[in-house]
Write a protein of this length. Structure first.
Length: 75
């Protein structure tokens, strides 16, 4: 969140495609839910594929190396 020039709180959400393997995938499955705030380190990787109409599409994904859950524990 941030405050705009009028001092009003604004929220900005960005969605990313994340690839996690082994232990990180298990951790994500067990603890992450929609809206969970995380810190993620990884490498960007762009790949291409042909869709059903034969058009080449490109997608950029983050291959996660390290993840840290930033949300506070519920009491």
């Amino acid at each position: 969140t941030y405050k705009d020039e009028k001092g009003q709180t604004q929220s900005l959400t960005e969605w990313h495609s994340i690839i996690l393997w082994r232990g990180l995938a298990d951790l994500a499955e067990k603890y992450l839910r929609k809206g969970t705030t995380v810190y993620l380190e990884g490498k960007n990787k762009t790949r291409s594929y042909d869709d059903k109409q034969g058009i080449k599409r490109y997608v950029t994904e983050i291959i996660g190396d390290h993840i840290l859950i930033l949300d506070k524990k519920e009491s």
